[in-house]
Design a binder for this molecule. Structure first.
Ligand SMILES: Cc1cc2nc3c(=O)[nH]c(=O)nc-3n(C[C@H](O)[C@H](O)[C@H](O)COP(=O)(O)OP(=O)(O)OC[C@H]3O[C@@H](n4cnc5c(N)ncnc54)[C@H](O)[C@@H]3O)c2cc1C
Length: 659
């Protein structure tokens, strides 16, 4: 039976909700008074900021990550920046405007109250990070600098060259280290959570694998927080770090946590195109490049064919023969339309034969105009490390002048194509970031909370740090207030025994299949199925085929997998096999959700539901809800519950980036 979900949003008009909420905290500043333990799984921006804040507030925190240092969490990959409504540019920005842009960018599928809270705390994040010493870019006069990201007509993105995530993570890590030194946070690196332990219906601990010794260990606490990132690697090729996985989230889902909106997967328009079948990773070229880079394909099909054949180069095509298709189709936002819109537009051009590389699956991102206008030094100051990264991978330096036509200099353009990048779906959480399992919280990319069907650029770091520094430390107290009189449960309880035995049995099962195929070969095949049938353009028929193929491949995984080595000691292949087992569950979940949502919205594009101009066609009458899935067993269709969306402050309308 589908359940009714309580989002716990306090009553009252949206802008008042968070204030009212804070006023109702029941357990304020427990510093040194209460002995309450919290497990935080993950040390990315969400996990590290939450662990540091909870430690500072006086909780005893157990913090785990799979890397050898918290500083190596996937969050360091974030390049472009972090949004906040400071309005330093005097361009009319405000908390309301950031709130509005985020809801609109998410194609009106986000929970309105959560997004308002996010916009409201965005400014605190910048202050917090500046205080930690994060070296944000500054103007000549000392003010923090800003640039623009997609879906906004103001400049509100704070950045540290092209390495914003790394600098923010170093800030969070220094706070975390203070708490480690103070004895409030105990850090476990190279540990992977394999299961959540439920005692009397509440999350009371986890089973984790020491990735170096291979031993399973038990941890108990008064609450468990997962901050374990997204599930983009289900598609095998993505911009996510190789280690990103959804094991913790999927295991929570198997144990009863609902999974929300899994079909909302973000495909980023500016990635280096796939160049062969030996590739295991795709590289993002930051969205910030769209501030100064212009996206185009040739106007003439014969030019496109010559580019594909390698008989012509992009810089030989003069200005009048270039189709800046985003500027043409979306004059108001131009190259800065949101990612889902830009990705679909690139696909549309390539599908029509205008792709510019040998596979026909690429478009140009060109800096000629901005270098001619601003000079190469300014462009290098803004994007130097991204240009160098592009050169290292492709051997083309986008700052090299290559041609001059009628006195205009043409520089070597980048080639880009959409790739899997971010997952808006995630574990369902209420307004307090608590999942459907009491005592289990989810923050950062692994929850579904704030981005609706499409995330705007530079908003993931904002959400992760909002959750970690400013939301969870307040909201978790409502749960912990009732726990203050509860002793921490013993890890000798039968529930811990059973969970550990089940994990151990799974490790044995995977090792004993002793088939012929490597984890990567099966994962790559899963990725192909996902991209082909559950990717940028989906149809009911394709999704059904995809599900069938996934079931068949999962059988192959269960019967013909080969994992070398043993459970004892380091066994990376075994760890990857566990991740792949969970990518199968996730892939099917994405397909089920996509199949059930007979509309197009944001990153979920069902080809049957599009306007004449090829834009996503929503169906608010029937699909204005959060789709929340409940696990019903392996190979069994999960059950859908719905959280209806309620909008008070924003009028729900069709997105328009044209004028
Ligand atoms: C190339 C790239 C560039 C990006 N640029 C930007 C940008 O400019 N601006 C922006 O806002 N966003 C950007 N993003 C998105 C953003 O980086 C991520 O959404 C965000 O960093 C996720 O943070 P997180 O803390 O939720 O998860 P992560 O940073 O993924 O951290 C997950 C943590 O969980 C741990 N973990 C995972 N599984 C387990 C387990 N089972 N047991 C124990 N620990 C586990 C990991 O060790 C890690 O510590 C970018 C993403 C990519 C891929």
């Amino acid at each position: 039976m589908a359940k009714v979900l309580d989002s716990k949003i306090p009553a009252g008009p949206v802008p008042e909700k968070w204030k009212e909420y804070k006023a109702h905290q029941r357990l304020v500043n427990p510093k040194n008074k209460l002995k309450l333990d919290v497990i935080v799984v993950g040390t990315g921006l969400a996990g590290a900021s939450a662990a540091a804040s909870l430690g500072e507030m006086g909780f005893n925190v157990i913090n785990l990550c799979i890397q050898d240092s918290p500083r190596r969490a996937h969050s360091i990959a974030a390049q472009g920046g972090i949004n906040a409504a400071k309005c330093y540019q005097n361009d009319g920005d405000s908390v309301y405007r950031l709130f509005y842009d985020t809801v609109k960018g998410g194609d009106y599928r986000a929970r309105e109250a959560n997004v308002y809270r996010l916009a409201e705390v965005s400014n605190n994040i910048i202050d917090q990070c500046v205080a930690q010493g994060v070296p944000f870019a500054r103007e000549y006069g000392g003010m923090l600098a800003n640039r623009s990201f997609g879906g906004a007509q103001v400049s509100r993105t704070f950045y540290a060259k092209g390495q914003t995530g790394q600098q923010l993570l170093l800030g969070a890590y220094s706070s975390l280290s203070c708490q480690v030194k103070a004895g409030k946070v105990k850090l476990y690196t190279r540990y992977e959570m394999e299961d959540v332990v439920i005692v009397d219906g509440r999350a009371r601990g986890i089973i984790a694998k020491n990735l170096v010794t291979g031993k399973l260990e038990r941890f108990s606490a008064n609450a468990v927080v997962i901050a374990t990132g997204g599930y983009g690697n289900t598609y095998f090729l993505s911009t996510n770090a190789m280690g990103c996985n959804c094991t913790a989230a999927v295991q929570c889902y198997r144990k009863g946590a609902f999974f929300a909106n899994p079909s909302y997967v973000q495909i980023h328009p500016t990635c280096i195109p796939v160049h062969g079948d030996k590739q295991s990773k795709l590289t993002l070229m930051s969205e910030s490049l769209r501030n100064d880079g212009r996206i185009w394909v040739p106007k003439k099909i014969e030019d496109a064919k010559a580019l594909q054949a390698g008989t012509k180069q992009g810089w030989e095509i003069p200005e009048e023969d270039r189709d800046y298709y985003l500027e043409r189709r979306y004059p108001a936002f131009g190259n800065l339309v949101p990612r889902d819109v830009a990705s679909r537009a690139a696909k549309e051009r390539c599908d029509k034969g205008f792709g510019v590389n040998n596979t026909g699956l690429a478009v140009f991102l060109d800096f000629s105009e901005s270098i001619n206008r601003l000079g190469i030094d300014v462009i290098m100051q803004r994007y130097g490390n991204l240009f160098e990264m592009y050169e290292e991978i492709t051997d083309v330096f986008p700052g090299d002048v290559a041609n001059e036509i009628n006195g205009v200099k043409y520089y070597k353009p980048m080639m880009i194509y959409p790739a899997i990048h971010y997952t808006m779906g995630g574990i369902w959480v209420d307004y307090e970031l608590q999942t459907t399992i009491p005592g289990l919280f989810a923050i950062g990319e692994c929850n579904f909370s704030d981005h609706g069907a499409n995330r705007l650029g530079a908003s993931a770091l904002m959400q992760g740090l909002a959750d970690g520094y400013f939301v969870l430390p307040y909201t978790i107290q409502n749960y912990l207030a009732d726990q203050a009189v509860w002793p921490k449960v013993s890890t000798d309880l039968p529930e811990f025994d059973a969970a550990e035995k089940a994990v151990d049995a799974e490790l044995d099962r995977l090792l004993n299949i002793k088939g012929k195929r490597s984890v990567d070969s099966i994962h790559k095949e899963l990725g192909h199925i996902m991209w082909e049938y559950v990717g940028m353009g989906r149809t009911a028929e394709g999704l059904k085929t995809g599900l069938k193929k996934m079931h068949e491949l999962e059988k192959e995984f269960d019967t013909n997998l080969f994992v070398p080595g043993t459970k004892e000691g380091l066994n990376v292949e075994l760890d990857k096999a566990i991740h792949l087992r969970d990518f199968f569950t996730m892939g099917q979940l994405v397909a089920f959700d996509a199949l059930s949502r007979n509309e197009s919205c944001g990153g979920h594009f069902r080809e049957e539901y599009q306007t004449e101009e090829g834009e996503a066609k929503r169906d608010d009458e029937n699909y204005f809800y959060v789709g929340c899935w409940e696990y019903k067993g392996k190979g069994v269709e999960p059950e859908l519950s719905k959280e209806p969306l309620e909008y008070e402050a924003i009028k729900v309308q069709t997105r328009n980036y044209k004028n």
